[in-house]
Design a protein around this ligand. Structure first.
Ligand code: NAX
Length: 327
């Protein structure tokens, strides 16, 4: 049996984490032979709910669940963690301006970045899910000077899974026979779900898809899917978000399949002309715990415009919290 790995989860009593922790404890994220220690973190007011969740985890008697620890602060909760899933964030409340939301979350993620820097394992891999995820990741990474910006990533796998699921339904192709679907940019309504490199059974997808359906129905449907689910269910996406987090971390830690392309929000290195440093979703492949941007796509005008549009939003978000970033 392997040695247990330590996984921190913030917002652990919230909707997404309440689905996620059972999947992690069942071995869906890191494999059926990898014991896990769950370090669950909440705000002080939610500690009772967190204790209840921990009791349910215990009641599953998962063989891979080595230990559960509960924390009301990240400084303790991040101690020695190998993986950190940063899900908790301040939600947008009625009447709250977007800039207030950015600033309140910047304060939370600055503290979390510092805590990872000071207490986590030196090789920690962090995934930021709490919104605005891409800008929260920038804040966290900039507050962790002893870690590499590449140790921080953001979730666009839910957008990618949505893009594949809806395409599969429309074409009748099984999701496993669809590859090369890319989400570029911000996890927001400006994201660009790109099918230009996508394949169905290994053949280019674009010739099989009417352009009007792609631009007028498909792209907006992916961009606004979160809102559509909220409207129907009255609660925001949680089981699908938990599945996407499992997919993202599993691929990052254990590697993508042969030739497979996935989308991850990562610190831009300037690839495809995107401003360096912002957390932007790119097509990547993962191997041995590292990821690499897939290079060499020959982007047309339509694609380039959309890449720039979502980049502009991220630059604007960054400008809104720039004064809070350490120099
Ligand atoms: P919930 O409101 O159900 O849960 C959030 C939990 O976080 C609460 O229990 C709260 O007490 C806790 N929390 C708040 N601040 C905290 C802090 N500083 N430290 C520790 N815990 C804290 O939200 P849920 O539906 O679980 O969504 C969580 C976040 O994910 C939201 O910000 C949401 O917008 C974001 N999402 C991001 C997605 C992505 O693809 N990047 C998709 C799903 C989701 O919408």
């Amino acid at each position: 049996m392997r040695r247990p790995i330590r996984i921190a989860v913030t917002g652990a009593a919230g909707s997404i984490a309440s689905h996620l922790v059972f999947k992690v404890a069942a071995g869906e994220m890191f494999g059926k032979d990898q014991p896990v220690i769950l370090q669950l973190i909440e705000i002080p007011q939610a500690m009772d709910a967190l204790l209840g969740l921990a009791m349910e985890l215990e009641d599953c008697a998962f063989p891979l669940l080595h230990t559960i620890t509960l924390h009301d602060n990240v400084e303790e909760g991040f101690n020695n963690v190998h993986y950190a899933l940063l899900i908790g964030a301040t939600p947008r409340r009625p009447g709250m301006e977007r800039k207030d939301l950015l600033q309140q979350n910047a304060a939370i993620f600055a503290r979390q970045g510092k805590a990872l820097n000071d207490y986590a394992n030196r090789d920690v891999k962090a995934l930021i899910v709490g919104n605005p995820a891409n800008t929260n990741a920038l804040v966290a990474a900039r507050n962790a000077p002893d870690l590499s910006p590449s140790q921080f990533t953001t979730l666009t796998r839910l957008d990618q899974n949505r893009a594949i699921g809806i395409l599969a339904n429309h074409t009748g192709v099984n999701p496993k026979d669809i590859d090369g679907v890319v989400i570029w940019g911000n996890h927001s309504t400006t994201q660009f779900p790109d099918l230009h490199q996508a394949t169905l059974y290994g053949n280019p997808a674009m010739p099989a898809i009417p352009m009007a359906w792609y631009t007028e129905t498909y792209i907006p449907a992916i961009q606004k899917r979160g809102g559509a689910i909220l409207e129907k269910r009255g609660v925001s996406s949680a089981p699908s978000a938990a599945q996407a987090i499992v997919d993202h971390m599993r691929d990052w830690a254990l590697g993508t399949g042969p030739g497979q392309i996935v989308s991850m929000g990562i610190a831009s290195d300037g690839s495809y002309g995107i401003a360096k440093g912002i957390y932007y979703s790119f097509p990547v492949r993962c191997n041995y715990g590292r990821y690499q941007i897939v290079q060499g796509f020959d982007l047309n005008e339509f694609q380039r415009e959309r890449l720039k549009f979502t980049e502009a939003e991220l630059l604007e978000e960054k400008a809104g919290i720039e004064h809070l970033l350490p120099k």
